[in-house]
Structure formats: C-alpha cells, structure tokens
Design a protein. Structure first.
Length: 253
C-alpha cells in the first residue's frame, strides 16, 4: 500500500560543474517513475546559499511504496545545466542523503560557456570574439577587424537496438567555426583564435565531469577562407557523447 503521510526525505547539497561550488537557487523536485506523479511546485526545494536542498516523498499526492523508482531532478535557471538522479524507495531506511553535481544538458551551451569563461585575451592580441550558438542560420555579419566564433549542432544520433528502443548512446556532432574579417593581419588573428579554442577544448572540455565525452579531438581545422573579401574562416567538426543516459532518454548517475 502507498505511504502518503509517512515522511521519506531526500536531502543533500547541489554543486556546480566543478563539484565544489554551491549552486544557489537550483530547483530540486522528484518524479515517482512508478506512478508517474511529480512533486507539486510548493513541495519542490530551492537550494540556499550553501546549495542545500530537502524534499519529501510524503508530499506526493499518491504517496510512495517500497521499491518505487524515483527520479530526483535539478534545474538551474538561466543555464544549460541539469542533474537527474535515479533511486529506489527503501521503506525500511526511511530517508536518503545524496549530494548532486550539475552537468551540461546542452553540448553547445557547455562549449560556449567554457569558451567565454576561459578565453585569455593575451593569447589573441587582446581580442575577445563574439561567441554565437547558431540554430536557424549559420552566418553572422562581421565588421572589419571583428572576430566571431560560431557553434552549431548537426543531426543528433540516437542509436537503437534490435528492438527499436533507445540504447544508452546519444551522439551530438557539432561544428565550431572561427571567422575574422580584416584586410591586414586577419589570417594571423583567426589562427590565434583557433589556437585558443584548441587550448580550451584540450584543457577544459575533454572532461567527463561536464557530462559529455568527446569522441574525436584531433583538432583538424579546415580552411574555408574567402581571401578576396579578406574573410578568414576556419571550421572544425567534433562529436560528443552524452554520458549516463538511460534507455528512456533521461540522464542518471
């Protein structure tokens, strides 16, 4: 029988990508995968300055039963970061403590945030490029002397098994482009920007803690420059695989 009134708290701390910085203002909820019911908004938890949260399965209208499959979900407003954690109700225990570290939901969000955070102007003649996540179009209008970085995702690959259900593999092919429009020194400026992208990818993006694993990292850039118009353009393709992906498309760990 369901236990609608007996407390079953799940509590802990939510940390940012680095695993140590408290994620203040993250929203934590729980979904009972057995009944399909989610905690109503008033019973969800917003983390405090220490990243602390606490939710109670007793606040599920239909309650819970021993062995129910629970998914604890964390969202962080204004970012591309989430966390989803699967657990099982053990009535005899009566509670669970679990610290959660956010990961990137969107691979483009991850790349753009890390490029913005770790870009070192001194390595690129004090140039800070505009960094653009492109969806509907794959171009930007540049003025003379400007450098831009474009990132866009090609068709995501969801591999299927012989029964047609999702496996634990979601592969996201992406393209990163560097564009500089400059009559004198444009090529050199674009190459320095390209090298800075390589440095950040090799140092910060190749890190499973971010929630994604890079499948190819040979940093092969293709020269697509239009020299007659002083447009220096370099393009690189990469593939990322989402880690900890369940058969239903949720991300657990």
């Amino acid at each position: 029988m369901p236990n609608p009134n007996i407390p079953y708290p799940i509590s802990g701390y939510v940390y940012d990508i680095d695993g140590s910085t408290a994620a203040e203002g993250a929203v934590v909820t729980a979904l009972n995968g057995t009944t399909g019911e989610e905690l109503a908004t008033p019973y969800q938890s917003t983390t405090n300055a220490s990243g602390e949260y606490s939710i109670d399965l007793a606040n599920l209208t239909s309650g819970y039963s021993n062995g129910d499959k629970i998914v604890v979900k964390v969202t962080y407003s204004g970012t591309d970061k989430i966390k989803e954690y699967a657990t099982t109700v053990v009535v005899a225990t009566g509670y669970e403590e679990k610290n959660l570290t956010l990961t990137y939901y969107d691979v483009l969000g991850m790349i753009n945030e890390l490029l913005s955070t770790y870009w070192e102007r001194a390595r690129t003649d004090n140039i800070t490029p505009s960094i653009n996540k492109i969806f509907d179009k794959k171009r930007v209008d540049l003025t003379s002397g400007q450098t831009a970085i474009l990132t866009y995702e090609r068709d995501t690959i969801n591999e299927k098994n012989s029964l047609g259900s999702l496996t634990k593999r979601m592969i996201c092919p992406i393209t990163v482009q560097v564009l500089t429009k400059k009559q004198t020194g444009g090529r050199e400026q674009a190459i320095k920007a390209r090298n800075e992208i390589d440095r950040i990818i090799n140092t910060y993006i190749i890190n499973p803690a971010n929630g994604w694993d890079i499948l190819d990292s040979d940093n092969n850039w293709i020269d697509l420059s239009d020299k007659s118009n002083f447009l220096w353009k370099y393009s690189m393709d990469m593939q990322f695989e989402k880690l900890n992906m369940s058969r239903t498309g949720e991300w657990y760990s």
